[in-house]
Design a binder for this molecule. Structure first.
Ligand code: NAD
Length: 324
């Protein structure tokens, strides 16, 4: 039986990844600074550890009968644009510490295969209609925010340790990921979850506030599709960072309209000032597609599943606050 360590297993993607690996027959140790809010028994063993500390990285990695077969490093202090732009020092400090220590101890403790979750935030801001960027176009580097700079630095750390210690490293640059069991409130949620929550909380024929002017363009990837790509990538011969995303692009205005349609509500939008992030993204998925991977879940279908889950959380939350 293969054994895998999933760092960030108390979070959204790490939680889904651990569940999937268990289904594939792996023995899983999950590690996080907090427990998972929605999934229980998605790992065989769970350790509450702060991975900014070197001694905790060693604890996470130490296991009897040889090293883990695979390490998935998804732990990060992160959130949507609001959080990333407000907490830039925390993002730089905490994530660099986690990644430096996890990479260093994984390599020096003999881990054969290491996955690092990077982000398309390592790319520069783009104008609408610009031709797509491939992985090498990350340089000359000009990420839009400090979260992206840290990811770019940590990619380089992982690649340097791979060269020195022979640890195989696979790096996925994730597009915006969404789905059930993700952060949906309290300031760290990303755009799809934030819009789903606002629409779920809104009355029919009311207005919600949304940052920007609605023209910023993004593509989104449903969590099951992303995990499929991660598993293909880690077991492939593809070296260097690899983009993982969908070729479908939507403006923020389209996102709100899709959510409102799924909710069956007429929703007005009041555009307000806020940290929108980049204007546009357009990057190539040729390398991940070369493994035969394509996203299977359409945006509407994925948003429907996400909306239904968030609507249920909103309802539960209301009945906890106002019991009958
Ligand atoms: P998440 O916040 O749900 O999960 C990250 C987990 O890391 C959290 O559970 C958090 O508690 C944990 N963590 C934070 N600090 C820690 C510490 N000091 N020690 C141990 N654990 C710690 O985020 P997610 O959406 O599941 O993202 C997973 C990874 O994918 C992250 O590295 C993120 O940067 C990357 N990523 C995500 C997206 C996305 O759209 N969700 C896009 C690009 C990249």
């Amino acid at each position: 039986m293969k054994r895998a360590l999933v760092c960030g297993a108390g979070g959204f993607i790490g939680g889904h990844l651990a569940k999937r690996l268990k289904k594939e027959g792996y023995w899983i140790r999950g590690v996080d600074i907090k427990e998972h809010e929605f999934s229980y028994s998605h790992v065989d063993e769970f350790l509450l550890l702060d991975l900014r500390k070197p001694e905790n990285c060693i604890k996470a990695l130490r296991i009897s009968d040889g090293p883990f077969d695979e390490v998935y490093q998804l732990a990060a202090d992160m959130g949507g644009m609001g959080f990333i732009s407000f907490a830039e020092c925390e993002v730089l400090y905490n994530n660099a510490l986690i990644n430096l220590h996890m990479t260093h101890y994984s390599a020096t403790m003999g881990i054969p295969l290491y996955f690092f979750s990077s982000s398309v935030c390592i790319y520069r801001d783009m104008k609408l209609g610009e031709p797509e960027l491939s992985e090498n176009d990350a340089y000359p580097a000009n990420p839009h925010n400090e979260y992206g700079w840290e990811k770019l630095y940590s990619e380089r750390v992982a690649l340097a340790y791979s060269r020195r210690y022979g640890m195989k490293v696979r790096i996925g640059r994730f597009q915006n990921c969404y789905g059930p069991e993700g952060t949906w409130r309290a300031g760290r949620e990303k755009a799809p979850a934030a819009i789903c929550r606002k629409v779920a909380e809104a009355e029919n024929n009311s207005t919600i506030e949304v940052w920007g002017d609605g023209t910023a363009v993004r593509s989104y990837i449903y969590v099951d599709d992303l995990i499929e790509a991660v598993l293909l990538l880690i077991h492939s011969g593809l070296e260097g960072p690899i983009n993982i995303g969908s070729p479908e692009y939507f403006s923020v205005k389209e996102l709100v309209n899709i959510v409102a349609e799924i909710a069956g509500k007429r929703i007005g939008i009041k555009w307000i000032e806020g940290p929108v992030g980049v204007q546009s993204r357009n990057f190539s998925n040729i390398r991940i597609n070369s493994l035969g991977w394509r996203p299977k879940v359409s945006f509407k279908e994925g948003i429907r599943k996400t909306y239904e889950w968030i609507e249920e959380q909103v309802r539960k939350n209301r009945s906890e606050r106002f019991p009958q």
